[in-house]
Write a protein that binds this ligand. Structure first.
Ligand code: 8GT
Ligand code: MG
Length: 136
């Protein structure tokens, strides 16, 4: 018997770059993939553009205002409990000082430091691309 089609969660993900470092946030234990580090972002709402979702989520989670962003890559990943489509954008200009509005720890990581963090499985290809971006 065929399984019912799984709903794919569309996520706007921000690779926020400054001084050759990228901003990482730690997911709370109770969240999906809790305790792991992520690139800040969140779900795209119906009829919302990805750029708008990214801007809204980074305002909500980090209290920063995106001034410039461009698409980097798209990653489709099936977790055992959930399928996601990560729409990853580079944010290379913003105003405000990032803070963990929801109490989440934040850190800036250089290309050399990226290997020190545990990320969700879907992030492996993103981390590799970000490493190249920071080194370039
Ligand atoms: N923001 C973000 N989400 C990611 C990353 N990698 C990854 O697999 N995800 C997954 O993408 C989904 C969307 O994350 P989210 O931040 O909007 O949502 P959430 O379910 O944690 O909380 P929410 O419903 O309160 O927004 C989660 O299932 C999360 O595990 C990442 O680097 N950044
Ligand atoms: Mg989020």
């Amino acid at each position: 018997m065929s399984q019912p089609a799984k709903k794919v969660v569309h996520v706007a993900v921000g690779v926020v770059v400054q001084n050759q470092c990228v901003l990482l946030a730690k997911r709370a234990q109770h969240q999906h993939q809790g305790g792991l580090w992520e690139f800040p972002g969140g779900k795209v709402e119906p009829n919302e553009s990805v750029a708008h979702a990214l801007t809204r989520e980074l305002q909500e989670e980090l209290a920063i205002q995106v001034e410039n962003c461009q698409p980097l890559m798209e990653i489709r990943h099936d977790y055992s409990d959930k399928s996601v489509m990560l729409d990853v954008w580079v944010v290379d200009a913003f105003t405000g000082e990032p803070k963990g509005v929801e109490g989440q720890p934040l850190t800036w990581a250089s290309a050399a430091e990226l290997g020190d963090f545990d990320f969700p499985e879907a992030n492996v290809a993103i981390v590799e691309k970000v490493r190249q971006l920071l080194q370039g």
